[in-house]
Design a protein around this ligand. Structure first.
Ligand code: SF4
Length: 202
């Protein structure tokens, strides 16, 4: 480990996704891939047409073994969509799944700069450089399973609290609802009538 907290012997692989034309129609992904290759600690940079598809994932697994990668950066879409996919992918190649970082070149770049090829490409390079910088500091993580008590405490007996308590109860959990006032109902209970039925609120 260096004095700045960065691990020694880093070998980072960067995989830049076209997503068909979703990214490659707006971002010069070939240029971004070439740029990634110049970054410190990056030992291979690969451009894929669809990184999440089997051929793309196989390329990642192959590169991890061939280049002895100890960090992977996937520059593609939102982690919301494919972080689990790529974590599983690197794990299958023997790498701890938490040594994978993503750069979002689609939702954060190509989709929001559709008419700016030069600007979007420059931003994509910044996003990749940032993800590589983050990847340098990733540490392996172990997942734990811990038992939890299947009971809930809901604080506040207004509409939101009552609804939450009812939903949790319907899911089979034991619920304790706490309200500081003498009755539940919150603001709703203070209303004379409710729109559109004009019923009494209580
Ligand atoms: S990894 Fe994401 S950006 Fe790439 S092809 Fe799949 S969905 Fe599209």
């Amino acid at each position: 480990m260096s004095s700045n907290g960065k691990e020694d012997g880093l070998r980072i692989g960067v995989f830049v996704c076209d997503c068909g034309l979703n990214i490659a129609g707006t971002v010069d992904t070939a240029d971004v891939t070439e740029f990634a290759q110049t970054l410190d600690d990056v030992v291979c940079a690969v451009r894929n047409k669809y990184t999440c598809a089997d051929p793309g994932q196989n390329e990642i697994k192959h590169a991890i073994k061939e280049h002895r990668l100890n960090r992977v950066v996937v520059a593609s879409c939102t982690p919301l969509q494919h972080e689990p996919t790529f974590r599983a992918c690197v794990a299958e190649a023997g790498l701890n799944p938490y040594l994978m970082e993503m750069a979002n070149l689609r939702e954060h770049c190509s989709w929001v700069h559709p008419n700016d090829w030069t600007g979007a490409t420059a931003k994509a390079k910044d996003l990749v450089a940032s993800a590589v910088a983050r990847a340098r500091f990733l540490q392996p993580q172990e997942e734990l399973t811990v038992p939890v008590t299947q009971r809930a405490l809901v604080i506040g007996g207004g509409i939101a609290g009552m609804e939450a308590a009812l939903e949790l109860g319907a899911q089979g959990h034991q619920v304790t609802l706490v309200e500081r006032e003498a009755s539940i109902g919150g603001i709703m209970a203070q209303l004379d009538k409710t729109y559109p039925t004009m019923d009494c609120s209580i």
